[in-house]
Design a protein. Structure first.
Length: 625
């Protein structure tokens, strides 16, 4: 790496640490300031922070690989997360969540199920889920940033003792970056996280624009279309995905069979099925929910969630599209010449392009931008998960009368513990893809059923929530252990066959088991106290099956009206999903010079934006806090 690039990266790291530590003094006033910034941070800063947190380097490396291999259809792979959770949050969930006026997602659960034994069981299980999910994501970051840094940096920093490798280079690099990020995150809480993420967002956008310009100027249309076929840019699909590669690049089609997406119609159907329920279930108890709870008003919570969608996708996919264009022209021939690609090669396309095909200066800025992407997402999780350990477990059940200073110190310890466990898990993960599938398909599968029911069914109670979440998490963890150990099973046994099922197709099994736990736990135990239900329903005003609660409130106040916005909210969500998809496809088509489809995506973006202005934004302006 040229000295200019090294200086740019070093300046970025020093600037980030400096900003993070400089604003950290604001976090010492109490847990509310430490975890939520005292609910004083402006919504657009929180939106930039939220978007920055979603711009992670492991996810970017994964998206580069799938866009390279699958073409424009790959935007639908994002539905596994599912990314339109952000649309549902923007349309109605942000307002529902923010009206609770509490600190964490599990504390919010108490407003739904009460503070009795059943409510506390549901409260505890969601706190456990938040911590487990954060540990999983930290492992995901550990795996991704290590591979990324090893390909980019020329130095061998492995740790060897008596000819035994204790730490590989990618593990050592990951530990260094994680340690630097943990320092300012733990010291400054939400204030440091938001301040540094706004700075990091600016660097990421600059990096995306520069790489897009460089790819656009240095690669010609002819070079691109010598590699890809018209099918590569086509988003239409059938039941099976045959692949769009032809000629000497046909070997890439064989990779599709190895990733579990060959049955593309079934995969999309599963993603839509999962996505709908996961999106109504709402954001998981992590950094996204913390940003919603940190906003100053209900109206600003909705603004922040909508703003996150606008500022995230176009710059991110400019960067991804630029890298993929360079990879198509410069890396694809070499990969074929070496005997065809494999999954591990897909995961390192991003660092290989940066290392070999980006000029001095731009390389430094791009590396700083991707490092910023990692640090911002990592810091968001490190800030959110200790809130559940300290506020929802330690303070509530063990030490309710300590000083603010004591709780902040406990938060520091909890942060180090979560990071340590995440790193340990990262040592045992075999690839970014395996962790991605576990988080998106298995772990979230255990979350969906109970959190979907909590909004829409008045009879659903704390024990139903507890057993729904517990059964889902148990099956999800079992699935992960099977997947990680599938090489150890004897071929032909039922364990071997079960371990071969792709994680996305395990979602219905996890969902049904979790749903069964939810119904049995609910119907075999008493209903939640009516006063708790009335307070929740009057405050949050969700739509769904709330007949008895509505009647009780109506008898007390004849002016009380139920929420009848289900149909309009769902129509807005459909428009929002198309709007979000257009923001992904627009930069992709721009980078591959498919101008007819680019203009089509742009027109769709304008039309859906105008529709949402009248059907969503004007409605949000009328919110009363």
């Amino acid at each position: 790496m040229d000295i200019v690039d090294v200086i740019i990266i070093a300046l970025y790291i020093l600037l980030t640490l400096g900003v993070g530590i400089w604003v950290s003094k604001k976090a010492s006033q109490g847990l509310d300031h430490y975890f939520l910034g005292g609910k004083s941070i402006k919504w657009y800063y929180l939106g930039l922070s939220n978007g920055s947190g979603m711009f992670d380097v492991s996810g970017t490396a994964w998206m580069v690989g799938i866009l390279f291999l699958y073409g424009a259809k790959s935007f639908m792979f994002m539905w596994m997360w599912p990314i339109w959770n952000q649309i549902f949050v923007m349309i109605f969930l942000a307002a529902w969540i923010r009206r609770s006026n509490i600190m964490t997602g599990s504390e919010w659960i108490l407003t739904r199920f009460g503070d009795d034994k059943a409510g506390r069981a549901s409260h505890l299980i969601v706190a456990v889920f938040a911590v487990v999910a954060s540990i999983g994501f930290i492992a995901y970051f550990f795996e991704g940033v290590g591979k990324f840094m090893t390909v980019i940096l020329p130095w061998d920093v492995s740790l060897v003792l008596n000819e035994s490798v204790l730490l590989t280079s990618d593990q050592s690099y990951a530990l260094i970056i994680i340690l630097l990020t943990t320092i300012y995150t733990i010291k400054g809480g939400m204030f440091s996280v938001v301040a540094t993420e706004v700075l990091q967002y600016g660097i990421m956008v600059l990096a995306g624009i520069l790489i897009a310009i460089y790819a656009f100027v240095t690669v010609t249309d002819v070079q691109i279309y010598n590699v890809i076929s018209p099918e590569w840019s086509n988003i239409m699909f059938g039941s099976e995905l045959e692949g769009s590669w032809s000629g000497k690049y046909e070997a890439f089609n064989s990779l599709i069979d190895t990733q579990g997406y060959k049955m593309f119609g079934a995969f999309i159907g599963m993603s839509l099925f999962k996505g709908f329920f996961a999106s109504i279930a709402g954001p998981t108890p992590g950094y996204d929910m913390q940003r919603i709870l940190s906003t100053r008003t209900v109206k600003e919570a909705a603004y922040m969630s909508g703003f996150t969608n606008i500022i995230l996708f176009i710059p991110r996919y400019l960067l991804i599209g630029g890298v993929v264009v360079l990879a198509l022209v410069y890396c694809a021939p070499d990969m074929i010449a070496n005997g065809g690609a494999n999954l591990s090669e897909l995961e390192v396309i991003l660092p290989k392009v940066i290392n070999n095909h980006i000029p001095v200066g731009i390389k430094g800025l791009l590396l700083a931008g991707l490092l910023a992407a990692f640090m911002s997402t990592f810091s968001a999780f490190v800030n959110s998960s200790p809130a559940y350990i300290v506020n929802d477990i330690y303070k509530k059940y063990y030490n309710a009368t300590a000083s603010s200073k004591h709780y902040i110190k406990a938060s520091h310890i909890a942060s180090f513990a979560v990071v340590t466990l995440g790193v340990i898990m990262g040592f045992f993960a075999d690839s970014i893809n395996s962790i991605t599938l576990w988080i998106t398909s298995a772990l979230y599968g255990g979350y969906v059923a109970a959190n979907f029911l909590k909004w829409i069914w008045w009879r659903f109670n704390g024990w139903g929530y507890f057993w729904g979440m517990t059964s889902g998490l148990f099956i999800a963890t079992l699935q992960f252990l099977l997947d990680q150990n599938k090489a150890n099973f004897t071929e032909g046994t039922w364990l071997f066959e079960l371990a071969q099922i792709p994680a996305i197709y395990m979602f219905p099994i996890i969902f049904v088991v979790s749903l069964l736990g939810s119904f049995l736990g609910t119907l075999l135990t008493p209903a939640t106290n009516m006063q708790t239900l009335k307070s929740f329903y009057k405050n949050v005003k969700p739509w769904g099956f709330w007949g008895p609660v509505f009647k009780a409130l109506k008898s007390e106040d004849e002016t009380f009206e139920k929420n009848t916005s289900f149909l309009s909210d769902m129509l807005n969500c459909v428009v929002g999903i198309v709007w979000q998809s257009s923001m992904i496809l627009l930069p992709i088509y721009f980078m591959i010079r498919d101008y007819p489809k680019m203009w089509m995506a742009f027109i769709v973006f304008i039309i859906t934006t105008v529709i949402l202005k009248f059907t969503w934004l004007d409605k949000v302006k009328q919110y009363k806090d």
